[in-house]
Ligand binder design. Structure first.
Ligand SMILES: N[C@@H](CCC(=O)N[C@@H](CS)C(=O)NCC(=O)O)C(=O)O
Length: 280
């Protein structure tokens, strides 16, 4: 049992003290969900191995009563297994499969593309001691100078926002991916948006984006973990002439958002696809 209800978390921080890693953010939210306090070990990219006594090159890592647990998915599984009486994070094996799919979609659709817009501030906001390491590793990862990679981002940001319609559609009819309460899928996706807030030196989403409701509720969770003063406002992107709509203002219902409750519920659509006038 975690002594004094505290679990040690090795953080990955920026100069502001805000967490940068989406995976560390997911674990901060997971620990909050489980009702634990955190003993945060601060630090950035440099010296992770030294800080953790050679245990890991990647974060997050936790230590619970002397037991080291690595990896943001394994930590969540560990917490559910060790503390089954506390609120569940994953609960059912099928959630892992769905999480893998949804998170893969979000990384491909937004996190990767946003990285091409924000990699320079990712470096500029990192700890001074990390600048050289981040510059070199991210340039190698992304295949170019960070200053060159972000060029033209104002033309990419509107389309990245527009591409998030699937997420908006899902959250239009569900409060959380966990249903009535957040689960670890919410935490992992929110972790990506908290990463975004940690590096966004220009807004990524429109002020009236429908995602705002879920994001605001998510950033407020567990005593406002996502309200660190070092985070930027991700809202405020303006649509310029020629830009795509930043989000769909007249979204069509699709998939599970649509219910067949008999002919009344499908009459208009049937008339439209048959090319007939709808009878009032
Ligand atoms: N599968 C790991 C991935 C962790 C990971 O890659 N963390 C990154 C930060 S997002 C890291 O520690 N990077 C250290 C570095 O770049 O040197 C997890 O889910 O915990």
């Amino acid at each position: 049992m975690a002594e004094n209800n505290k679990i040690t978390l090795y953080d990955l921080q920026l100069e502001s003290g805000a967490t940068i890693s989406p995976f560390v953010w997911a674990i901060k939210l997971a620990l909050g969900h489980k009702g634990f306090d955190m003993d945060v070990v601060p630090g950035g990219f440099t010296g992770i191995m030294e800080r953790t006594g050679g245990k890991t090159e990647r974060l997050p890592a936790i230590v619970d009563d002397g037991e080291w647990v690595l990896d943001s998915w394994l930590i969540a599984e560990y917490l559910d297994e060790k503390y089954p009486d506390r609120p569940t994070l994953i609960g059912d094996p099928s959630i892992k499969v769905s999480a893998q799919f949804i998170e893969g979609w979000l990384w491909g659709t937004a996190v990767g593309p946003w990285m091409t817009c924000y990699v320079k501030s990712y470096r500029d906001r990192s700890l001074q001691v990390d600048h050289e390491y981040v510059t070199e590793t991210r340039a190698r990862m992304m295949g170019g100078k960070l200053e060159d990679i972000v060029v033209g981002r104002e033309d990419r940001l509107p389309q990245i926002s527009a591409n998030l319609e699937l997420l908006r559609g899902t959250l239009r009819s569900n409060d959380w991916f966990g249903g009535e309460a957040p689960n670890y899928v919410d935490h992992r996706l929110l972790g990506c948006f908290l990463w975004l807030a940690s590096v966004a030196d220009t807004p990524a989403l429109a002020s009236d984006d429908p995602l705002r409701d879920w994001l605001d509720r998510g950033f407020d969770l567990y005593g406002g973990l996502g309200r660190h003063p070092g985070l930027s406002d991700i809202f405020g992107l303006e649509q310029r002439p020629g830009d795509p709509e930043l989000f769909d203002h007249n979204p069509r219902e699709f998939g599970l958002n649509k219910r067949n409750t008999g002919p009344e519920s499908t009459r208009a659509e049937t008339a439209a696809i048959k090319g007939e006038a709808v009878n009032a």
